[in-house]
Design a protein around this ligand. Structure first.
Ligand SMILES: [Zn+2]
Length: 269
């Protein structure tokens, strides 16, 4: 017989026993991982990964919020596999448990704290202190998989360009990391004055700046490559709110900023 973990799972196993489906595997959610890297809290608009068992047939995830149905928010998963489900935290979701629902069963998760959607750091796109588009050559923004979220917990925007195209600092600041990592490849992180930070990944060779360097917007960092986990030449660009990249900040969608910078660069030509 099945070991059941929650009231809703128990209700289900009774129901399926009645329909002769007692061997149906009951889903279970054991833990979360938010796009910010946190495990118990996640901002609205972020991608949340639910880990557990028998999750492949999840058709809906309900953010239960407080007692009662009024603040329930239903969302379709962006991906589901036996041990994980990805969902975007709905814009009006509230803290509480989540329920994963499939055709013939459901399960309730531990409690998740829902945080407000982070607001992108204010970065000037025109004027003397303007930021600069980080890829200095022909480029495009790819398709949905290259976008923030991308149905796969993608924390930045990909900028597709030929390998060897110059990469420059978009925003002035201090280099906090310049390293190699198996997924990011050759990457660097720059923290700007307001403690927001930007990350530049998959560069062909190690960054030509080093930790502690102060850089101005437009200063060369390296060239586009495909080091780390990359299937084509591109720059993976991330924008994080204060206090910065994996130091308590949250990733935000950088596409609006990038498009504004791209447009002002085109104007200057
Ligand atoms: Zn990417």
């Amino acid at each position: 017989m099945l070991l059941v973990a929650s009231a809703s799972a128990q209700a289900h196993s009774v129901r399926s026993a009645r329909t002769g489906g007692a061997s149906v595997a009951v889903p279970k959610v054991k833990s979360f991982k938010c796009g910010t890297g946190e495990t118990k809290r996640c901002p609205r608009g972020s991608i949340l990964r639910l880990s557990g068992e028998y999750l492949r047939d999840t058709s809906t995830v309900i953010f239960l919020g407080r007692r009662g149905k009024r603040d329930d928010r239903r969302v379709k998963p962006t991906a589901a596999s036996p041990h994980r489900v990805l969902v975007e935290v709905p814009s009006r979701a509230r803290s509480g448990r989540l329920r994963v629902v499939s055709d013939d069963s459901s399960a309730t998760s531990p409690r998740l704290r829902v945080l407000p959607k982070p607001t992108p750091p204010p970065i000037p796109t025109t004027g003397p202190l303007a930021a600069i588009f980080p890829v200095q050559g022909d480029h495009d923004f790819g398709t949905a998989v290259n976008a923030f979220g991308g149905g796969r917990n993608h924390k930045g925007q990909d900028i597709l360009a030929d390998c060897g195209t110059p990469v420059v600092a978009a925003v002035a600041g201090t280099v906090t990391l310049a390293k190699y990592q198996s997924r990011a490849g050759n990457y660097t992180v720059i923290q700007s004055k307001d403690d927001a930070s930007q990350a530049y990944m998959h560069m062909r060779a190690p960054a030509i700046v080093k930790k502690g360097d102060r850089v101005v917007a437009g200063q060369p960092l390296g060239v586009v490559g495909q080091t780390g986990r990359a299937s084509a030449c591109h720059l993976h660009f991330e924008l994080w709110t204060a206090p910065g990249w994996y130091t308590g900040g949250a990733p935000v969608d950088p596409l609006e900023l990038l498009k504004a910078l791209d447009a002002s660069a085109a104007q200057r030509k």
